[in-house]
Design a protein around this ligand. Structure first.
Ligand code: HAX
Length: 434
């Protein structure tokens, strides 16, 4: 008898040419308004989500509430000793669309302060995980463990009107965001610093307190602010934002939604790419014994990676068709603060080498660097060399955007998400009709 797995392998091999043929020969055939390529190819470019929190133009990059990244950095209030706006002011902008006054920023800071105490059971959940657990698992588990705190669930069970859904979702969002910095820093200090946890300082702003709890000196507070802002939102179709939106569309609360968002972000084609970039660069560095490679040497590393069937992490994008402005902002930061750092030179060399090679190979629609190509280097420079942790930083930032979106989803009564699927045979029938 053919074993189950063998049978499956044979059937998969038999099936694959059908999907490949549909894509290659009939990709442009339109089936109910969208092409076969879009149906099979991850719903690229299909407009079926609404958000006013951010918009991603393929050639310009992201705008948060209508503002480009340089505009956000210039317009939002900062502390006197900081170059980057506070996370509190940015969250206010995401939620309301307005640039806050100093008093309004203070209000958000106070809201976070009164909600920031992390329940002991959350630390117990993290402590119960095996030592080699990935930090993203710890974060996701910590978040979902707090589901019992949900104000939305309490109000829903008590019989709340639909138009009121947004208000307890707002409460849940603030309650969760206020705790994320401490949870992230706890995961870091427990896993990599022998459990020597640094207590939160409530007088500091979100970014400042995070840097303090991580045990990393200035200007890491500004790095944290910049990082959380840049990673907050990228309109709604990316995996993490979409997952959060999808889960919450079933009226699952913020804790379920943001934990799910975290799990989507943890994939190597998405948020984990920042970790992968560093791992890849470290591999090159050790082969070069620390020496900065020539352009030709770097090109060979890139080609070898592509020839072995792997992607070059940190390059390409599903929507963008130019260099990611989040990459450019971080590059400017590097040029100002760490221009001679060898790892930064490696990254810059990649920028000179990879796009031409990807263009020459002709597969990637966007050969330019994305946010993840640059972010790990900055973390590494400031002493955060445990790159398994980088996606946790991404997730803390992304929660700002996804929570803002979910509050508005609830406010505007967006529907349960339920796209329609078809079978391969149905697509073949449509393709045959042309
Ligand atoms: N290196 C090698 N090949 C690449 C590539 C890269 N950096 N980017 C795209 N390609 C390949 C794809 O694998 C695909 O090959 P197949 O046809 O064999 O499947 C082909 O080019 C077409 O892909 P695409 O349409 O240009 O890109 P997708 O929308 O399918 O995927 C990805 C977008 C970001 C996933 C892709 O560019 C990639 O894998 N990049 C490397 C990983 C990465 O940097 N991810 C982070 C993206 C930013 C982000 O979300 N951060 O969180």
């Amino acid at each position: 008898m053919e074993k189950l797995k063998e049978k499956l392998a044979r059937k998969i091999e038999e099936w694959r040419p059908r999907t490949t043929k549909l894509l290659k020969e009939h990709g442009n055939v339109v089936a109910d308004h969208v092409t076969i390529e879009q149906i099979i190819g991850g719903a690229r470019d299909i407009k079926c989500l609404v958000t006013d929190i951010s918009y991603l133009d393929p050639f310009e990059g992201i705008r948060f509430r209508g503002f480009t990244i340089p505009e956000v950095m210039a317009k939002l209030p900062k502390h006197t000793s900081s170059e980057m706006p506070t996370v509190e002011s940015f969250f206010y902008l995401l939620l309301t669309g307005d640039v806050p006054t100093a008093a309004e920023v203070e209000e958000v800071k106070e809201e976070f302060k009164k909600r920031k105490k992390v329940p002991q059971y959350v630390f117990d959940v993290i402590n119960a995980l095996p030592e080699d657990t990935h930090p993203m698992v710890a974060l996701s588990a910590a978040i979902v463990s707090m589901q019992r705190e949900s104000e939305f669930v309490k109000k829903y069970n008590a019989g709340m009107k639909k138009t009121e859904y947004w208000a307890p979702t707002y409460e849940d969002s603030l309650n969760l965001i206020a705790k994320l910095g401490e949870i992230g820093a706890y995961i870091y200090r427990k896993k990599y610093k022998g459990g020597q946890v640094i207590k939160s300082d409530s007088n500091l702003d979100f970014g400042g307190d995070f840097a303090h709890m991580m045990g990393i000196a200035k200007p890491y507070d500004d790095v944290a602010r910049m990082y959380f802002i840049l990673h907050s939102d990228h309109e709604s179709g990316n995996v993490s934002a979409h997952t959060g939106h999808l889960i919450s569309s079933a009226l699952s609360d913020i804790y379920y939604s943001i934990s799910g968002m975290t799990n989507g972000l943890a994939g190597p084609l998405h948020g984990l790419a920042n970790q992968e970039v560093l791992a890849w660069l470290q591999g090159v560095m050790s082969k070069m014994e620390g020496r900065v490679p020539t352009k030709d040497e770097m090109a060979k590393f890139v080609r070898d990676t592509l020839d072995s069937g792997q992607v070059i992490p940190g390059f390409g994008h599903a929507v963008l068709r130019k260099t990611d402005p989040r990459y450019s902002t971080q590059r400017e930061f590097c040029l100002k603060n760490l221009p001679d750092y060898p790892l930064f030179k490696y990254v810059d060399l990649l920028f000179q080498v990879v796009p031409d090679i990807l263009l020459e190979k002709g597969k990637a629609k966007n050969p330019w660097p994305n946010v993840d190509a640059q972010s790990g280097v900055i973390q590494w420079y400031y002493g955060l060399t445990e790159y398994d942790f980088y996606t946790v930083l991404f997730a803390i930032g992304r929660a700002l955007g996804v929570c803002s979106n979910i509050i508005w989803d609830r406010a505007l009564g967006y529907a349960l998400e339920r796209p329609k699927s078809v079978t391969t045979a149905m697509l073949e029938e449509i393709a045959a009709k042309g």
